[in-house]
Design a protein around this ligand. Structure first.
Ligand code: HEC
Ligand code: HEC
Ligand code: HEC
Ligand code: HEC
Ligand code: HEC
Ligand code: HEC
Ligand code: HEC
Ligand code: HEC
Ligand code: HEC
Ligand code: HEC
Length: 330
């Protein structure tokens, strides 16, 4: 008997909670509908600016988006609502159950309780309606798109100098998520990224790429040749790993070895040129050998461990154009 009562009590409680939640959801749905079914306000940006005429919001007036004379811009179309969506009811401060109807597209979590930021898809759609081509040709399926990174995570249209478009401030935007590259940028040898001379987007297209790792070009090497054209070749005597992939020996972001080497030079060369493979002798004994000490002696090892030993003779490590450069001496 006692059991039956408590069971009914529990059931009643469950019903109460469930119906309260349903009512809540109904409220949310009505509110959401009201947000989504607005018309465009009559006077566009002018209407919005009567209330939102403070920085940072009004700084958009100093950006390319606010150029009315350019028919392609939001301000030549529906003004603020080109991005934020039709918001007439918002602009006349209409409410649902006392809650101010906000514009349908919100790029950051609004101050009003219980209204979420718009889904990434919806936010990106607002931008892609105008910016689908060009650099964004490969956006769909790109690493950033797949991982729900929004355009507005990197871009802020309400600032006259979008930090991600400025060389010196761009890396900071990327580093907020890419901590490893931040760490690498502090290593002894690095591309002058923090110095503002090279930016991430010199090598990467953050909007998507047909190549690997969001690289700007189809391959690593094509990307490097954009600035290191002298390494492009073709050369009379090619060093095979150079033609294959610069990252056989270099790391792009930072290294504690000089010249962005992946590992200490002696290990690096030896990783491909073992003494067994060099049957003709080469560096590991034979005719030329490293000047002193027999192979296998501790002296030889010490010589090998010394940086640049191989390069003292094989100085044209990227390949040679000299008729007598087969071994990259000149
Ligand atoms: C009559 C005044 C008024 C007008 C006109 C107006 N707004 Fe608002 N807006 C508000 C108020 C009040 C809020 C809620 C408080 C806040 O967030 O600042 C708000 C909030 C917003 C928000 C969410 C901001 C946040 O962080 O919470 C956006 C986006 C917005 N308005 C865009 C617009 C757009 C676009 C227009 C023009 C179609 C517009 N507003 C017209 C008063 C107005
Ligand atoms: C090019 C598209 C675009 C246009 C045009 C635009 N906005 Fe925004 N708006 C954004 C983005 C993106 C953000 C988020 C910025 C951020 O990350 O801080 C934003 C942020 C805001 C916010 C802060 C809160 C929020 O939830 O988004 C307000 C308020 C706002 N805009 C109002 C306006 C008003 C008013 C206008 C017209 C004068 C306008 N916007 C025009 C894209 C736009
Ligand atoms: C109605 C079309 C339209 C919409 C919507 C739009 N843009 Fe633009 N955007 C433009 C035009 C036009 C330019 C100027 C291009 C030019 O000068 O070549 C521009 C320029 C830009 C630039 C370069 C700014 C600069 O300072 O050079 C960025 C970044 C940008 N938009 C990002 C965005 C983002 C992010 C969104 C969505 C929040 C967005 N746009 C929505 C039309 C649009
Ligand atoms: C991970 C950061 C990041 C994301 C996400 C991102 N961008 Fe960009 N965007 C950049 C960088 C960096 C540049 C500068 C590229 C350059 O100079 O080559 C740029 C440049 C632009 C430009 C100006 C150059 C041009 O193409 O005319 C526009 C417009 C633009 N982005 C729109 C968008 C849109 C739309 C989205 C979302 C679909 C988006 N961006 C997402 C980082 C980003
Ligand atoms: C909001 C966080 C965020 C920001 C900001 C961001 N990224 Fe990313 N990025 C990611 C995520 C998540 C991935 C996919 C997962 C991964 O590979 O780490 C990714 C992937 C990448 C990749 C491809 C990695 C691979 O393994 O293929 C590159 C390159 C990259 N980002 C460069 C950039 C650059 C350049 C910027 C600045 C212009 C930037 N990112 C800004 C989150 C971010
Ligand atoms: C000099 C060209 C260059 C610059 C500048 C550059 N990267 Fe890269 N990045 C590369 C190459 C090449 C790879 C591919 C490396 C590989 O496959 O081993 C890469 C790979 C990546 C990856 C994938 C993870 C990894 O290490 O393989 C991320 C994330 C990344 N870069 C982010 C960034 C960010 C953020 C910046 C700016 C701070 C940046 N990159 C600047 C050339 C560059
Ligand atoms: C946007 C131009 C640019 C691109 C693309 C580029 N580099 Fe560089 N690279 C530089 C600059 C600038 C320096 C610094 C030159 C200096 O300090 O004299 C540099 C230096 C180097 C150095 C010498 C570093 C040192 O410590 O002396 C190496 C190695 C290198 N780059 C390899 C690469 C590789 C590999 C790639 C392709 C993944 C690449 N670079 C792509 C501009 C570029
Ligand atoms: C077989 C290993 C190896 C490969 C592969 C390789 N490099 Fe190097 N690179 C080196 C070595 C070793 C040095 C250091 C030379 C020195 O200290 O004199 C160097 C130095 C450099 C330097 C700085 C000095 C200079 O010559 O300008 C640049 C830039 C460079 N490499 C770019 C590249 C590019 C671009 C590629 C791909 C096309 C590439 N490297 C592929 C081994 C390699
Ligand atoms: C990623 C592997 C790799 C690395 C690292 C590497 N090499 Fe090579 N190297 C090769 C290959 C493959 C060949 C072509 C061998 C052949 O044709 O028999 C070659 C050829 C050579 C040759 C010409 C020999 C010949 O028989 O034509 C010399 C000299 C040489 N490498 C020196 C070096 C030095 C010095 C280093 C270190 C700075 C180095 N290599 C790093 C793979 C590598
Ligand atoms: C004192 C100068 C000198 C130094 C230092 C040196 N080499 Fe050599 N290397 C030569 C000479 C000379 C040849 C043979 C050329 C010939 O056969 O005509 C050669 C040949 C080679 C060959 C091609 C022949 C073979 O055996 O396959 C490779 C690979 C090579 N060296 C790699 C290295 C590596 C790796 C190092 C550093 C550990 C190194 N060398 C250090 C002078 C040197």
């Amino acid at each position: 008997m006692v059991r039956g009562t408590s069971l009914r009590l529990v059931l009643a409680l469950v019903w109460l909670i469930a119906s309260a939640a349903a009512a809540f959801a109904a409220d949310d749905a009505a509110y959401q509908r009201a947000r989504d079914n607005q018309l465009y306000s009559q006077q566009g940006a002018k209407t919005c600016l009567t209330c939102h005429n403070t920085p940072p919001v009004n700084l958009i007036l100093q950006t390319p988006h606010a150029v009315k004379g350019d028919a392609r811009t939001p301000f030549a179309q529906q003004g603020c609502e080109t991005c934020h969506g039709p918001s007439a009811d918002h602009a006349s401060l209409k409410t649902v159950d006392g809650k101010l109807i906000l514009p349908p597209i919100l790029f950051v979590k609004p101050k009003i309780e219980g209204v979420p930021v718009s889904p990434v898809e919806a936010r990106n759609k607002a931008c892609l309606s105008c910016h689908e081509s060009g650099l964004r040709m490969n956006w769909e399926g790109s690493q950033h798109q797949q991982n729900s990174v929004a355009c507005s995570t990197c871009h802020n249209p309400h600032t006259p100098k979008d930090p991600v478009l400025v060389k010196i401030s761009q890396p900071e935007v990327c580093f907020t998520c890419h901590a490893q590259q931040r760490a690498e940028s502090y290593e002894y040898s690095h591309h002058p990224i923090r110095e503002g001379k090279v930016v991430c987007s010199d090598c990467h297209n953050p909007h998507g790429s047909p190549g690997p790792r969001l690289l700007k070009e189809f391959t690593v090497n094509e990307t490097c040749y954009n600035c290191h054209a002298d390494k492009r070749g073709p050369l009379l005597w090619e060093h095979q790993p150079v033609r294959e992939d610069c990252t056989n020996c270099h790391t792009p972001h930072g290294s504690n070895q000089a010249r962005l080497m992946k590992e200490p030079l002696n290990f690096l060369c030896s990783s491909c040129h073992s003494s067994e493979a060099n049957s003709s002798g080469g560096a590991f004994g034979g005719a030329h050998s490293i000047p002193t000490g027999p192979v296998g002696s501790s002296f030889f090892a010490a010589e090998l461990a010394t940086q640049r030993k191989c390069l003292n003779c094989h100085s044209q490590i990227h390949g040679s154009n000299s008729p007598s450069g087969a071994f990259f001496f000149r």
